[in-house]
Write a protein of this length. Structure first.
Length: 327
């Protein structure tokens, strides 16, 4: 039996319950992992509230790092005793240990701590697919302007550093002067406090009226239309979350009126659908972290038993960088 955090119904942080669950042995294509640290992500909130629905009861959590305890038939890339980390469906990382599919679990290189592994897999792989795979027409070249919302969060601070390493001019938005300063310290070329400034006007000013090639937006409803307004013709609006709520329906002719724009709603789990893709993306992430070009900032650590407090902090936008849970 292991301690885990489960929900019996959708709702606020109060529905998070500590329970004892059996773990069992891995079946074909599965492993059992003993967690040393677990990642906290906004997708966990979406699943808790029912915005993203899963069968109930549900053990939350999409990200973790620890030691492989057992390996099922057909698993050849991991062995018992391996240090490992993952971002993966189905949920279930809010637990001391779990059985899970092996295809999205990768060996964690020596020199990268378990806490760092748990903090960076979902957020780092998200930054990887955004900056390397979710690209505007003609791609991105050094010197290009891009806009990244919520840039002081876990994904944002990784993206700020990675964009700088790629030579991109990342314009960050955040909800306070302190968070803007944090984004600048991590590689953003410019930062806009959206609570005190009009980000559309500021982006136009920064880019000399030209706009940006791509907007990376995990905020959703509150920033969507303004984000379209800062794109240059043929620009790409890349939505990858909805922290402020889902974007309401709109007519596709809006994209035509604003300059033949492109729109995508990307998700990490499409990109890591195979073991080979997961491995390649993880190797890219590990390389940029081990080089020192990207540092993983963990600003909040919570005992697993205090997960409700962690969710409240995350929803209130009281966190910066990455947050982890310690089983």
């Amino acid at each position: 039996m292991v301690q885990a955090i489960q929900i019996q119904q959708y709702g606020g942080p109060e529905v998070l319950q500590r329970v004892d669950l059996p773990v069992g042995e891995p079946g074909p294509g599965e492993i059992r992992i003993r967690h040393h640290a677990v990642g906290l992500n906004f997708i966990d909130v979406y699943q808790r509230t029912g915005l993203y629905q899963n069968p109930l009861p549900l053990t939350l959590g999409m990200e973790g790092a620890g030691i492989v305890e057992a390996v099922g038939d057909g698993v050849t890339h991991l062995v018992v005793g391996d240090r490992a980390a993952y971002a993966s469906n189905p949920p279930g990382s809010y637990a001391q240990a779990r059985v899970m599919p092996a295809k999205c679990v990768v060996r964690l290189p020596e020199g990268i701590a378990f806490e760092t592994g748990a903090a960076m897999m979902l957020k780092g792989l998200t930054a990887q697919y955004l900056l390397k795979k979710t690209l505007p027409q003609g791609g991105l070249q050094p010197g290009d302007f891009i806009l990244f919302h919520a840039a002081a969060g876990g994904v944002g601070l990784i993206a700020c550093q990675w964009a700088r390493a790629l030579g991109l001019q990342l314009i960050a938005t955040a909800g306070s002067d302190a968070k803007c300063q944090l984004a600048l310290e991590h590689g953003a070329a410019h930062a806009i406090n959206y609570r005190s400034e009009n980000f559309v006007q500021r982006v136009k000013q920064i880019t000399g009226g030209a706009g940006v090639k791509v907007v990376y937006d995990s905020v959703g409803k509150d920033t969507f239309e303004g984000s379209l307004d800062v794109l240059r013709p043929f620009g790409l609006m890349a939505c990858f979350g909805n922290a402020s709520g889902p974007v309401p329906p709109f007519a596709p002719s809006l994209l035509a009126a604003k300059g033949s724009l492109y729109l995508t709603r990307a998700t990490l789990f499409t990109h890591i659908a195979t073991r080979e893709a997961t491995q390649a993306m993880a190797e890219d992430l590990f390389a940029v972290v081990r080089s020192g070009a990207v540092k993983i900032r963990i600003d909040q650590r919570y005992p697993l038993a205090e997960v409700a407090r962690a969710h409240r902090d995350l929803e209130a936008r009281n966190t910066t960088g990455c947050s982890i849970l310690l089983p």
